[in-house]
Design a protein around this ligand. Structure first.
Ligand code: GTP
Ligand code: MG
Length: 306
């Protein structure tokens, strides 16, 4: 069902899902300073960020003598983006250590955490792994119900308590339940908004502390979910969550809803944190393992619209 896509399948899906490519190079134009200037504007517009844009342009200019036309430049740009992203294209591997392997899903309000948790559950299930979910966003009753609904649809057990319960206590109970059942993976959904940002970070730290008392390695993955449309503010989110829980992997959700996928490049260049998956839709299947090459191709060359 939800098998890992081959690179070309992945590229095909990405190209149809990304609204349009972020970077366009009209065919037949001379490769000159004006073109580089235009490209610089496009990179910044696509949220690639100042530092990564500078780095990419420097590498392209160094190759400019060999770039006869925009077709060659386009290929070179895609290459350079892929090279910049390659170090962060490290898939999430569920270790063979103590069970359960715990994934703590974090991120600000509305970025797509709960949906990503459900998509991950589906993915692990398809790989014949036993999954359990923990509804540790107890801030809103609707958040608990949303996760329970996904669980019911996919036949995945969800450990929950009443709204207002201590999220760390939910995580604690869920770990024991997953351990007792021999579950392979426990995914903990968390709140995106509390009364203050400080409360949110403190709560995440507490969940992590409580899990670490049960298994010193847990939560093995601290996954930060970002909304691809957030722009440069995503970099601040990475900084803040990293300070709180040492983010070990990123998911960039909602790439289908934006033409600005460049934030992945900015994040890769700045932090070097592995990008595990990208979200490209609202359905349980709309999660793909991140591929640097396919992503670079889709970003530069995927213009189906114009
Ligand atoms: N188009 C698109 N929509 C997405 C994607 N991921 C999530 N969404 C939508 O984004 C909205 C918010 O998703 P949630 O998963 O509830 O986000 P959340 O981070 O859990 O939100 P809070 O719990 O309120 O902080 C929902 O309408 C989702 O369907 C994606 O990859 N693509
Ligand atoms: Mg949620």
């Amino acid at each position: 069902m939800n098998q890992v896509a081959t690179p070309s399948e992945f590229l095909g899906k990405l190209r149809t899902r990304l609204r349009r490519a972020a970077l366009h190079l009209a065919p037949g134009t001379a490769v000159d300073d004006a073109l580089f200037e235009d490209l610089e504007g496009q990179l910044l517009q696509a949220d690639v960020g100042i530092e990564a844009t500078r780095q990419l342009l420097a590498r392209l200019r160094a190759r400019a003598g060999h770039l006869r036309d925009t077709g060659a430049l386009r290929a070179a740009l895609s290459d350079e983006i892929a090279a910049l992203l390659a170090p962060v294209a490290r898939p999430l591997v569920v270790g063979t250590g103590a069970k359960p392997f715990v994934i703590l899903a974090a991120g600000v309000n509305g970025v797509g955490k709960t949906t990503t948790v459900a998509k991950l559950a589906r993915r692990f299930q398809a790989a014949s792994q036993q999954v359990m979910l923990a509804a540790a966003d107890t801030f809103r009753a609707a958040a608990i119900e949303q996760l329970q609904a996904w669980g019911a649809r996919q036949n995945v057990p969800v450990i929950a308590q009443a709204p207002g319960a201590d999220p760390a206590a939910v995580a604690h109970d869920a770990w024991h339940a997953a351990h007792a059942r021999g579950s392979d993976v426990l995914i903990v959904d968390t709140a995106g908004r509390l009364h203050t940002q400080g409360n949110l970070m403190e709560e995440l730290r507490k969940i992590r502390r409580v899990l670490a008392k049960l298994d010193a390695a847990a939560p093995q993955e601290r996954l930060l979910v970002l909304d691809a449309g957030t722009g440069q503010n995503a970099l601040r989110q990475i900084e803040q969550f990293h300070a709180a829980v040492e983010v070990s992997g990123l998911v960039v959700a909602k790439l289908d809803g934006t033409a600005k996928g460049g934030i992945l490049i900015a994040a890769a260049q700045r932090f070097g944190i592995p990008i595990r998956y990208i979200g490209i839709g609202e359905q349980a299947d709309d999660l793909e393992e991140f591929s640097s090459h396919a992503f670079a191709e889709a970003l530069v060359d995927g213009d189906m619209a114009s």
